[in-house]
Ligand binder design. Structure first.
Ligand SMILES: *Cc1c(COP(=O)(O)O)cnc(C)c1O
Length: 390
């Protein structure tokens, strides 16, 4: 089976991990802050907080943005459940904005009109989570403009998009948002095994997230709120838990793998783009719509998603099953989150977000990863041709 995505681990990655295993620190050593610094520098953000997954990063980001009971977070239905779950972890509720059929990203016009309605009858969202679907940057500057008017915070879920850029600026620089999150799960662009990172240009948010990652504990004397005895100096072992945090640490083992992988980020994104262009050409004659990249965007091409043209949901499923039977590991991104049983019980139902729903019954992610060979890609295309011509 040619999978839809897979990691590439090279000897130098393994050596980097082994080096940490032989060192004094497995977790919380010098490698995590160095990895944070490398990523922050790479995307030109000021602060980075590494954690054990993007899901954890989304959670502490929402907490840092003070999302809580009574608040609402909006995201898109066309995403992995974690983008929405992060609000529920905080006791907030979730609503969705439909997607732009061209990109699968949040439809800015749909967002604008939903905000106008919410402004009239409420509730206005506290946090909005745009998702850079398949690695294509969202129209982030437009969402930012709306945030200036309506006062919501922006948390970009860039799990797919490390290495992508818009108008020459790296996704992750936080120019048009409060916090950006990356995932280092093995199917993503670069991996740490499991891992994620939250980036921000706001030192207060960075500090809060760093504390939330570590049980809510701080050891920085400047941040202490309660001195144990005012007439004595602080004992050297003193620390304070000031909020309810978690153990969301990334380990040095993971960070060493990530640091080593990061060196190949450009190479990976270049290869993914080359493979995407090659798919575009090879699929020209087939009844599929190839992904559109907006003119000012460079996608990281985490996914290569085609749409079957004029195909019923039944045909979509048949094509999927036949490709799998031929050893082509296609996938569907995504089942709309609002249609998950857990979300239906909040009252969501089919028909509410028609573009995302239609997307989910025509979209097919073809295998795309940096080490995919031209030969494997040819095999994917000829299998697709065979199945579609049936
Ligand atoms: C992968 C992914 C996540 C979760 O990432 P983990 O690192 O596995 O927790 C969140 N959002 C999106 C859009 C993703 O693709």
């Amino acid at each position: 089976m040619i999978p839809y995505g897979r990691q590439e681990v090279k000897d130098r990655d393994i050596e980097a991990v082994v080096e940490v295993l032989k060192s004094d620190f497995l977790t919380q050593g010098p490698t995590v802050p160095r990895f944070e610094e490398f990523i922050a520098r790479r995307v030109e953000a000021e602060h980075a907080v590494a954690v054990n997954s993007a899901t954890s990063a989304l959670h502490i980001a929402c907490l840092a943005l003070e999302l809580g009971p009574g608040d609402v977070l909006w995201t898109v239905p066309n995403t992995f459940v974690a983008s929405a779950n992060s609000a529920l972890y905080c006791g907030a509720s979730v609503d969705f904005v439909d997607i732009d059929p061209r990109t699968g990203n949040m439809d800015v016009e749909a967002l604008r009109s939903k905000l106008i309605d919410a402004d009239r009858v409420g509730p206005v969202p506290k946090v909005i989570v745009p998702v850079h679907f398949a690695g294509q940057p969202t129209e982030q500057e437009l969402i930012w403009e709306l945030a200036q008017h309506y006062g919501f915070k922006i948390l970009e879920d860039a799990s797919h998009a490390i290495g992508a850029s818009r108008q020459g600026e790296a996704v992750g620089n936080c120019r048009w948002s409060d916090i950006v999150v990356f995932s280092f799960h093995p199917v993503k662009i670069i991996t740490t095994g499991e891992g994620g990172m939250a980036l921000t240009n706001d030192p207060v948010l960075a500090e809060r997230m760093a504390t939330l990652r570590l049980h809510g504990i701080t050891r920085d004397p400047e941040l202490f709120v309660h001195a144990p005895s005012p007439d004595r100096s602080l004992p050297p072992w003193y620390y304070e838990q000031q909020m309810l945090g978690y153990n969301y640490r990334m380990t040095d083992i993971h960070a060493a793998l990530g640091t080593s992988q990061l060196r190949r980020l450009d190479e990976y994104v270049t290869r993914r783009n080359a493979l995407a262009r090659r798919y575009d050409e090879l699929l020209e004659e087939l009844p599929v719509q190839v992904p559109l990249v907006l003119p000012r965007n460079r996608s990281a091409f985490h996914l290569y998603v085609v749409h079957l043209v004029d195909a019923s949901p039944d045909r979509h499923q048949m094509v999927f099953e036949e490709l799998r039977a031929l050893g082509i590991g296609v996938n569907v991104h995504y089942i709309p989150v609002h249609l998950q049983p857990y979300y239906r019980r909040f009252g969501f139902r089919a028909g509410q977000f028609p573009v995302a729903e239609a997307h989910s019954t025509s979209a097919m992610s073809l295998p795309l990863f940096a080490s995919l060979t031209d030969g494997q890609q040819d095999q994917v295309v000829s299998s697709l041709k065979q199945v579609l011509e049936d």
